[in-house]
Structure formats: C-alpha cells, structure tokens
Design a protein around this ligand. Structure first.
Ligand code: CP
Ligand code: NVA
Length: 302
C-alpha cells in the first residue's frame, strides 16, 4: 500500500489490517500508551473544501503519532491560482512525508500520486471518501464484532459516501443495499463491480433497501459543491430519510451511522439521530483512530 486514493485500490486483507491497527491505536490512546511512530514526519493537508472532522482528526492524529501536520488552504497555495498539480506534487514531495488532500476531482488526487513521490491520502473527492468508510467499518466491527451476515443499507444520494460504502461493505463481505432516486445512483462501474463480487442491490424503494438491515447509513442530500442544486435536490430527495418508520423494517438491533454533518429533518429525523447519537459520535471519533492507522501504514512502515 503506497497511497490511499480509493478503497478499490486496497485488498480486503489490507483493509482488515488497517482496522486491526486502528483498534490497537485506539486502545493505546485510551490507556495512555504513547505511540510516537511518526516522530519527525510532516503531513501536508490540502483543503479545497470545508472540513471539521477530517482536518481536526488528521492534525491531532499526526500530533499524537509524534509528527506534525500543516494545514494548506487552497486559497493560500499557488494551486489555487493555477499552479499545475504536477508541479505542486513535485515541490511538496521535497518538503513533506505525506499529503492528505480534499478536493473535487478524483483525477487531481490520482495526479498528485502520479507526479509526487510521497504517499497521498484522499480526504474526500466528489467520487469517494475512503477515510470515512474505514472509520465506518471500524465502528461496525466494534459494535457487531464481525461483518459476517450483516446487511448495510445506504439511504439517499448515490454520492461519494455511497460509492465508498459499496466498495468497503462488499470487500468486508457484507450485503449492501442502496435506496436512492433513479437519477442519483452511485457510480455505474462501482455498482457493476459490487454485483459481480457480492450481494448488492440498488432500488428507489427505501423500505426494500432497509429491510432487515443491520446498519442504516445516510448522508446529506446536497454535498459540498452542490449548494446551488439544493432546492431541486430537496424535491427529488423528499422521503429519502431515515425515520422511525424506516427503522421499523430494519433489524431490531440496527445501528445508524452518518458521516456528518447531519441535516435533521432532511436525510434523518432528529429523533432517530438522537436515539443513535452514541453510535454516530463513536463513528466520528473513529476517524481519528482509523486515519492514524493509515498514516502509520503509509508513512512509518516503509
Ligand atoms: N465526515 C467528514 O468528512 O466530515 P468533515 O467534512 O467535517 O471533514
Ligand atoms: N457527501 C458529503 C460528505 C461530507 C463528509 C459531501 O461531499 O459534502
């Protein structure tokens, strides 16, 4: 593993190995055992979109691992004024030990990896959100102890989250169901891969998708960069909501996860959100532990 660009680049064994290390790092952190595995290393963090969790968990994670993190807003970097990513990659590779980037185009992340000579981590693109899904898988395994026989259902936009959940869920052997409008389906190649490699369905009927689910997951109706489509999306996505009515068709012990930020009253009701707040905020915490595991795998184990 040289980069984390998308989950489909990782084998199932590599994902499990990250989750195992994440569990270990979480245990050590909770028990006051220091793990300065990245002493002297610096991570650059390029943000072309807003972030609370990704920014703070990567920055804190590097600090806890004994290293440093630099927050690099695209507004301040020359990349924001048109310096090519090929040049940025080659320059930053000479200063830093790794780069985390949050941007729009997946190609930009792939190009950073192609032209740079240090590990690149995808902190969210329009296409996928691998760091989030590693934390989600960690949270599911923590609660359910195994992925065996589980059904993961995602309700809402077939967006970056849906794409990564499909790949991560299928790679871990879960059944994955997507409940989304026909015009907002996940990436067709990912859906084809999922159908060929596991138990996968995509339907506009959210009750069919959620039936007997062990994990229900949702995300905002309009992602970052789609703010102008918000009104139109509200019309299409009305009803694509995790509510008590939807929970009633899921497994009685069904978990609810949300990558956050959440819009209560849109993709999830306030009641369901609060009833599952412990799971959702444990999931948010696990961003820290899962990403520390990724950082150690990429930056230390060389
Ligand atoms: N879930 C997530 O990536 O949150 P941020 O946008 O706050 O980083
Ligand atoms: N789909 C959301 C995820 C945020 C973590 C977005 O891209 O804005």
């Amino acid at each position: 593993m040289n980069h984390l660009l998308k989950l489909s680049d990782l084998s199932s064994d590599e994902i499990v190995s990250i989750l195992n290390l994440a569990d270990q790092l979480k245990y050590e952190r909770k028990n006051g055992i220091a793990h300065p595995l990245l002493a002297g290393k610096t991570l650059g963090m390029i943000f072309q979109k807003s972030s609370t969790r990704t920014r703070v968990s990567f920055e804190t994670g590097m600090y806890q691992l004994g290293g440093n993190a630099l927050f690099l807003s695209s507004r301040d970097l020359q990349i924001g004024r048109g310096e090519p990513v090929q040049d940025t990659a080659r320059v930053l590779s000479r200063y830093l030990d790794g780069i985390m980037i949050r941007t729009f185009e997946q190609q930009e992340v792939e190009d950073l990896a192609k032209y740079g000579s240090i590990p690149i981590i995808n902190g969210l693109t329009d296409y996928c959100h691998p760091c989030q899904v590693l934390a989600d898988l960690m949270t599911i395994r923590e609660q359910k102890h195994s992925f065996k026989g589980l059904k993961l259902a995602f309700i809402g936009d077939g967006n970056n989250m849906a794409n990564s959940l499909i790949v991560g869920g299928i790679k871990m052997g879960m059944e994955v169901a997507i409940g989304c409008p026909e015009t907002y389906q996940p990436d067709p190649e990912i859906m084809k891969w999922a159908s060929d490699n596991g138990k996968f369905t995509c339907t506009p009927d959210i009750f069919a998708a959620a039936k007997d689910a062990d994990v229900l997951y949702t995300d905002v109706w309009a992602s970052m960069g789609q703010e102008e489509e918000f009104k139109e999306r509200c019309k299409v996505f009305t009803g694509y909501q995790i509510s008590d009515k939807l929970m009633a068709v899921a497994h009685p012990d069904c978990m609810v996860l949300h990558c956050l930020p959440a819009h209560r009253g849109e993709e999830i009701t306030a009641e369901v959100f609060e009833a599952h707040a412990d799971e959702i905020f444990e999931e948010a915490e696990n961003r820290l532990h899962a990403q520390k595991a990724v950082l150690v795998k990429l930056l230390a184990e060389k």
